[in-house]
Design a binder for this molecule. Structure first.
Ligand code: 2HG
Ligand code: ZN
Length: 458
């Protein structure tokens, strides 16, 4: 059995006994060997000492859990699918992991309004399946759909591949149920989308990374499913051409996704996942475009597109999935190279191409052994900068990339959140007054600072 560290020893036995009474013995995991998956983050960059894992089954139980945690000063680290990429759900300061996945119900489906209520522990894939069952779609999607949960997506305001069409998680939120760090259980799950009744707590909690409280359920809006779609892989030799190709598609058609890949990333994915390369010749940059179209508009737009050097177009669902595999395989393929520094940045359209072209040389100048992997949601200006070949703690290099982003008017976190990985750099995004207001909000709503300490705020 793994040895218990200082963090564990600081938890009073009476707290654990009360927790066991609250959730039942089956829902309090104390064997460190069984909970190892809860204390290592997906990137392998953050590993915590063993902590107990509690699995509450209702919002009421979570409210009681918060009361116990306040009484004994125990940190609560909420966790869903543990697919976050910034160490935001890793219990590095000790405390207790709150596994939210028993709150997985999807209910109160309104097929006329296109809305449903999802428990924090429901996966994105489950919400999508329920929505599709009644002729709607959930507007948020990404590769980890079958593990990532609604609660985690709200905590980070997750973006994903459909942002260009439907926006991120915040835009899908109609209402929220949550337990604040003060112990108050709030429930505002309206059946109507137009609702101007004061402070929008859903919006405040969205992106708060578990620092104000624990989201237990959400009222979500659904979107209309698209008509026929086309997926195209488009090859270019210059990044400026990719960006202007993407802009052309954004203005001239209805994109559901516009994703960037590079020759290096594509080769890695093909090697690791055993896929055949989609093009005969090397394409320096590849744009994956999914468009709502019968194929006619896209052909006309492609005929006009400058710098296009190769294309592969898929009309049926199976071929479309095959093309998506190249893009969705990136995170998995890169993770096989060891610990990864993950930066998810957004740049304004006018400086995006220069950033993509220049950042590898800037990184190489500081860390010649690092490899830079660039891919992501180019239609939103959101580029994933993945760095391998670095020490997990070497965040000066993260600082270099994020400083470049801030200097060019971008955001240092587009969709993964700040977590631990970018906490030191939050002042690149917010001035002293913003941070002071955030601190005051936190002090009001989580007065004992038990909610996910160690993430987001410096
Ligand atoms: C994606 O867009 C996810 O696939 C993960 O946001 C990005 O692995 C990453 O850095
Ligand atoms: Zn992404």
């Amino acid at each position: 059995m793994a040895s218990l560290g200082v963090a564990w020893r600081s938890i009073p036995p009476t707290f654990l006994a009360d927790l066991r009474d609250l959730v039942g013995p089956r829902n309090l995991l104390t064997d460190p060997d069984l909970t190892i998956g809860h204390r290592i983050d997906w990137t392998g960059r953050f590993t915590a000492d063993p902590v107990p894992v509690v699995r509450p089954g209702s919002a009421g139980e979570i409210a009681e859990l918060v009361t116990l945690a306040r009484r004994d000063g125990i940190a609560l680290v909420p966790q869903g699918g543990n697919t976050g990429l910034v160490g935001g759900a890793t219990p590095m300061e000790g405390g207790v992991v709150v596994d939210m996945r028993r709150l997985g119900q999807v209910s109160d489906l309104d097929p006329v309004a296109g809305q449903l209520t999802a428990g924090a522990g429901a996966t994105i894939g489950e919400v999508q399946a329920v929505a599709r069952g009644v002729g709607w779609e959930y507007g948020v999607d990404w590769a980890a759909r079958d593990s990532a949960t609604v609660g985690g997506s709200i905590a980070t305001d997750a973006g994903g591949i459909r942002f260009v069409a439907h926006g991120g998680t915040r835009r899908q939120l109609i209402g929220i149920e949550a337990v604040f760090g003060s112990g108050e259980l709030v429930s505002h799950l309206p059946r109507v989308e137009k609702d101007n009744t004061g402070y929008q707590l859903a919006s405040l909690l969205c992106g708060s990374e578990g620092t104000l409280g624990l989201v237990t359920a959400a009222r979500l809006r659904l979107v209309r499913p698209p008509g026929p779609t086309v997926v195209a892989l488009l090859g270019f030799s210059s990044v400026a051409d990719v960006v202007s190709g993407g802009t052309m598609l954004r203005l001239g058609s209805r994109p559901l996704a516009l994703e960037l890949m590079t020759a290096r990333g594509l080769e890695l994915v093909c090697r690791h996942l055993g896929l055949t390369h989609p093009f005969e010749d090397r394409q320096e940059y590849v744009l994956l475009a999914e468009l709502e179209d019968h194929g006619n508009t896209v052909q006309a737009v492609l005929a006009e597109m400058e710098g296009l050097t190769a294309s592969a177009v898929a009309l049926d669902a199976a071929s479309q999935l095959r093309l998506w595999r190249y893009r969705e395989g990136h995170t998995e393929a890169i993770s096989r190279l060891g610990s990864v520094h993950k930066l998810d940045v957004t740049l304004p359209p006018g400086v995006l191409a220069d950033f993509i072209a220049e950042i590898p040389a800037a990184v190489a100048a500081l860390r010649p052994k690092a490899t830079v992997w660039l891919f992501g949601h180019v239609g939103d200006g959101n580029i994933h900068v993945n760095l391998t070949g670095l020490d997990p703690d070497d965040d000066d290099i993260d600082g270099l990339v994020l400083t470049e982003v801030a200097a060019r008017g971008g955001s240092i976190s587009a969709e993964h959140g700040i977590g631990r990985a970018k906490r030191r750099f939050l002042s690149l995004a917010h001035g002293a007054a913003d941070l002071a207001v955030m601190e005051r909000l936190r002090a009001a709503l989580d007065p004992d600072r038990i909610c996910n300490p160690g993430v987001l705020l410096p």
